[in-house]
Design a protein around this ligand. Structure first.
Ligand SMILES: *[C@@H]1O[C@H](CO)[C@@H](O)[C@H](O)[C@H]1NC(C)=O
Ligand SMILES: *[C@@H]1O[C@H](CO)[C@@H](O)[C@H](O)[C@H]1NC(C)=O
Length: 153
């Protein structure tokens, strides 16, 4: 099988996966909600955390804590529109140059606990493994002011 055939197959597969969204009737070209388990989504969520850590001056690494909204749209590749929270971990940046988040737990409740709500708009071209960040903004959330949290002890 030639490389070109393989690429076409991958493209077809990706388009079919994307078009087969949750209700199965979605047309390619319009954003549709996707599952939190979507593999492409997980990469986008991680990439968002890496971007956040790269841009922040915080002494600690942050990692994704909650995904609030996740949508996917087929546009010459796949566009992901994600609203998510990133929260401070106990890993200091200077000890984790590789930004590996897998062993980093979240900060326990207290002074150092902090969460940012981020909006991430990423264009992924699966057949070249490229990811382009179209829009990325985060704003701080004070845990104590979050009306949704009822962390009674
Ligand atoms: C980190 O940020 C710098 C400058 O802000 C940028 O040049 C670099 O590409 C970024 N690295 C990643 C992995 O995003
Ligand atoms: C998509 O998800 C958002 C947030 O989870 C929800 O508010 C919205 O109703 C969903 N839309 C559809 C068409 O399911």
């Amino acid at each position: 099988m030639g490389v070109k055939t393989l690429l076409l197959l991958l493209v077809a597969l990706e388009v079919r996966l994307a078009a087969g969204g949750q209700n199965g009737r979605s047309m390619p070209g319009s954003p549709t909600n996707i599952s939190r388990d979507d593999r492409g989504l997980q990469q986008v969520v991680l990439a968002t955390a890496y971007s956040f850590n790269n841009q922040s001056n915080d002494a600690f690494l942050f990692k994704p804590s909650t995904v609030h909204r996740a949508q996917r749209q087929v546009v010459k590749g796949v566009r992901y529109i994600v609203d998510l929270d990133v929260s401070r971990t106990i890993c200091r940046k200077r000890d984790h140059n590789d930004h590996d988040l897998s062993k980093c737990d979240f900060q326990p409740e207290g002074r150092l606990q902090q969460t940012f709500r981020c909006h991430s708009d990423v264009w992924s071209i699966p057949w070249t493994h490229e990811m382009k960040i179209l829009d990325f903004v985060c704003k701080s959330m004070k845990p104590a002011e979050d009306p949704g949290s009822d962390a009674s002890t």
